[in-house]
Design a protein around this ligand. Structure first.
Ligand code: ADP
Ligand code: 5GP
Length: 203
């Protein structure tokens, strides 16, 4: 299987985790990039599975060591992607999936360039987003409000993504995600295509 990079963004509560979980059996071997964050764990979240939960000081030590492929401040907390496991997964031919915000998407594009495929996932409207965040029941009302304000800004970046998934009907959103994840493995960046052409001509 080809490796690949798939960046997913979208407001908190868009359904990114739900869609990835629903599609997990249909997209071949993949590595879900577990981010590091300084935010408090939600009920049911597991350290090392959902996130690596660290203190602000630990995060800043990581920045100083150059551990992060990218990092950003989202809703007042640090979130970042560690570089090493991503490199390892790519060398093992896996599809690497990132769930990162719009700032992270820009930074990953700068760092990894033309091998990146990206998709923005959103509920059909701000109203539905609010309903989903409320019924998920994992955040306080003031935190939900902060997330909704952030979502109003994030949605403006939609045109910088290769694909958009409107998560209205979960089954349809899952099918769209599977198609995009599979396509991400067929994207060939400039460096890889130059190598391929050379080998193709010589063989
Ligand atoms: P994210 O990972 O983007 O923050 P979640 O996957 O946690 O979002 O989804 C937020 C909430 O919306 C969850 O309670 C989830 O069950 C619900 N949800 C996700 N997709 C749909 C959908 N298509 N229809 C209705 N509810 C959904
Ligand atoms: P949540 O707190 O709901 O888990 O995530 C809040 C936001 O942070 C989401 O938009 C999510 O995509 C983003 N995010 C999660 N991990 C990272 C990361 O490693 N880097 C960046 N830039 N954003 C992240």
């Amino acid at each position: 299987m080809h490796s690949g990079i798939l960046v997913l963004s979208g407001p908190s509560g868009a359904g990114k985790s739900t869609i990835i979980n629903a599609a997990a059996d249909a997209i071949g071997e993949f590595y879900f990039s577990v981010s590091t964050t300084t935010r408090e764990p939600r009920e049911g979240e597991v350290n090392g599975v959902d996130y690596f939960f660290v203190s602000k000081e630990e995060f800043e030590e990581g920045i100083a060591r150059g551990d992060f492929l990218e990092y950003a401040t989202v809703h007042g907390n640090y979130y970042g992607t560690s570089l090493l496991p991503v490199k390892k997964a790519l060398s093992e031919g896996k599809l690497v999936i990132f769930d990162i915000d719009v700032q992270g998407h820009k930074l990953v594009r700068e760092a990894m360039g033309d091998i990146v495929v990206s998709a923005f996932i959103t509920p059909p409207s701000l109203k539905v987003l609010k309903e989903r965040l409320t019924s998920r029941g994992s955040d306080r009302m003031d935190i939900i409000q902060k997330r909704l304000e952030n979502a109003k800004e994030e949605i403006k970046e939609i045109s910088s993504y290769d694909f958009v998934i409107i998560n209205d009907n979960l089954k349809e959103a899952k099918e769209a995600f599977i198609a995009i994840a599979n396509a991400a493995r067929y994207k060939m960046g400039k460096a890889e295509s130059q190598k391929f052409i050379k080998e193709w001509l010589e063989s």
